[in-house]
Design a protein around this ligand. Sequence first.
Ligand SMILES: *Cc1c(COP(=O)(O)O)cnc(C)c1O
Length: 396
Amino acid sequence: MDDDTNGQSDGEQFRIETRSIHAGQKADPETGALMTPIHANSTYEQDEPGEHRGYEYSRTGNPTRTDLEANLASLEGADYGRAFASGMASINTVLNLLEAGDHVVTGTDVYGGTHRIFTQVYEEYDIEFSFVDMTDLDEIEASFRDDTELLWLETPTNPLMSIVDIEGAAEIAHAHDALCAVDNTFATPYLQRPLALGADIVSHSLTKYLGGHSDVVGGALLTDDEELDERLGFYQNSVGATPGPFDSFLVLRGTKTLPVRMDRHCENARAIATWLDDHPAVDRVYYPGLESHPGHDIAAEQMDDFGGMLSFELDASLEEASAVVSNTEVFTLAESLGGVESLIEQPAPMTHAAIPREERLAAGLSDSLIRVSVGIEHVDDLIGDLEHAFETALSS
Ligand SMILES: *Cc1c(COP(=O)(O)O)cnc(C)c1O
């Protein structure tokens, strides 16, 4: 680092591997302590009534959170960042921008919690949602109305890893004077930067790759638009779903290793996808890094690599697939994703159990579909673990 930047490197001149470690952080001027302190603190001394040194009350602002927000903004190449208590709190804050009577276009396969807040919370407030196949730009275009104010998308999607053309989708939104928000949780800013592709807002569940160690829940919103950031900040402070200093510290610790972790996640996922693709017990593999994946070309264009998430269908029954996910030793049977440890789950009886079977099958989620969050263990141990589970569970 340059002496005159004092270890601080929010600037675009540094690469993401450098910014992930340094952006938003500098040694404490009094003690020289390198790490951002956990400012366990709710209120701040004022010099005179109304005259404070940047902080009044920790819901409104906390120095540990400030460093995290600056770090996340730098990773996304954004001018402004806001941290939240969860990914759902950040999604809720985007929806706070809407008014009764507004219409939102979004994907059929958005994250389950996103689908729930759309249909079970905001539809009650007279906001309407259209769920469309976001891989089809014509379908997105056709679903816009005069009252459409927001296009909400995810890419890659869960669990089929469908790819949405961010640039094309954002263009449609802007032609209709609507905002385009992208949930970038699966890709992370290391692999995909939606603001540079035209999106207005990026949303994250920090619980996943950015935290990276399955030990914290958090969310974030990033934007380049000052006015939009001020409105988001108003709702952040008014609603109050802000992260505490301990959680902010944990995420800040996690982002330091994001680039090295993501490199290994991608490398391992690519090897496992290739192995599964050649395996006789496997009918189909959903991984955007495979050339057979329908979104491969767009993914190759808008992502720097293909990520650590993949799904596959076994030539087997729901029960046999359940036996596979129950017989792994290195992969843990669990929901969630993005930690250093590998997780395995079966959408039909787990994450997507709330969807009636016919609807689920129509959406392409078969009984034997298995989703894995590929961790950063040794890839041979991961492949060996899957092979052993196949042998145990699929004896036929
Ligand atoms: C987990 C997740 C969320 C919700 O985040 P929480 O931190 O669990 O509130 C939103 N979007 C995606 C894509 C997710 O994976």
